[in-house]
Design a protein around this ligand. Structure first.
Ligand SMILES: Nc1nc2c(ncn2[C@@H]2O[C@H](COP(=O)(O)OP(=O)(O)OP(=O)(O)O)[C@@H](O)[C@H]2O)c(=O)[nH]1
Ligand SMILES: [Mg+2]
Length: 247
């Protein structure tokens, strides 16, 4: 039973998947969720040593991540590290996420990219997205679209009932984290762009992103308006967490 698992959602990633799996496996066991790829992604991932979960039809990155989280929960994992299969996330940084998890008892650790190192179109999209989503959350959120992240077991359980099946699942996850009182941490990561093809369909993404930002704004407003629950002393909170995890 592995304590940690890397979950890699992959859609037509035959060009990069072998290398990503081989590098990630140096640190943790790897599960690739092949989301209806039309190429050799699943076969290559398996021969590189990953477990492979195959979804027959393409269901979107969010749906693929949730399928991976369900498998990790069934395996009894303490946490998962999600990373992209397109080579934009350096698996050698997995240790940083584990360190933040252990030292800060974080439920969600997000790899923060440096927008200045992105090609102009991605820099613009990420900067606008950061502004809009920070407004929705009511606090600065430095990088809401980074797919390199660690989730604790209890936080995986908290995001399973999301209805977002595309890229917006990762954006909504931030609202679920802060609205639910989970611990959020950031770790700087390398920003890698080497001309990989993007699966993002710009117009569809913009519409969905604005929808999720608006939903988030309403969610955060409702929380601000509701009476505050009394905070338990830290020791009781830890006992409560331990009890929940043991269940
Ligand atoms: N399971 C699944 N994974 C997907 C899908 N679309 C993209 N992915 C995976 O999600 C990861 C990120 O996809 P990208 O299209 O590179 O998106 P991005 O990295 O946010 O955007 P860029 O900055 O343009 O690279 C990759 O590992 C893809 O294979 C999908 O429909 N299903
Ligand atoms: Mg990418």
């Amino acid at each position: 039973m592995p304590a940690y698992l890397a979950v890699i959602p992959a859609y037509n990633e035959s060009q990069h998947i072998t290398q990503v799996v081989k590098l990630a496996q140096r640190y943790v066991p790897v599960l690739v969720v092949d989301d209806g790829s039309a190429d050799d992604t699943a076969r290559l991932a398996a021969s590189a040593g990953a477990q492979v979960l195959r979804q027959g039809l393409n269901q979107g990155k969010g749906a693929a991540l949730r399928a991976g989280f369900r498998r990790a929960l069934d395996l009894g994992c303490e946490a998962v590290i999600a990373l992209d299969g397109d080579g934009q996330h350096d698996p050698q940084e997995i240790e940083k996420f584990l360190q933040a998890f252990r030292e800060q008892r974080a439920d969600l650790v997000i790899g923060q990219r440096n927008f200045d190192r992105m090609p102009p179109s991605r820099r613009l999209a990420n900067t606008l997205g950061r502004g809009l989503f920070s407004w929705a959350m009511g606090r600065p959120i430095p990088d809401n679209q980074s797919g390199y992240r660690l989730l604790s077991r209890r936080f995986m359980q908290a995001v399973l009932d999301s209805s977002e099946s595309g890229f917006e699942f990762e954006v909504e996850m931030l609202a679920t984290c802060l609205a639910g009182g989970y611990t959020l941490a950031w770790t700087p990561i390398r920003t890698i762009y080497s001309g990989e093809a993007s699966h993002i369909q710009p117009w569809q993404h913009i519409v969905n992103f604005v929808r999720v930002a608006w939903k988030t704004k309403k969610r955060m407003r409702a929380i601000a308006a509701s009476p505050r629950r009394p905070r338990l002393p830290a020791i009781l909170r830890q006992a409560q967490d331990a009890y929940r995890q043991a269940r």
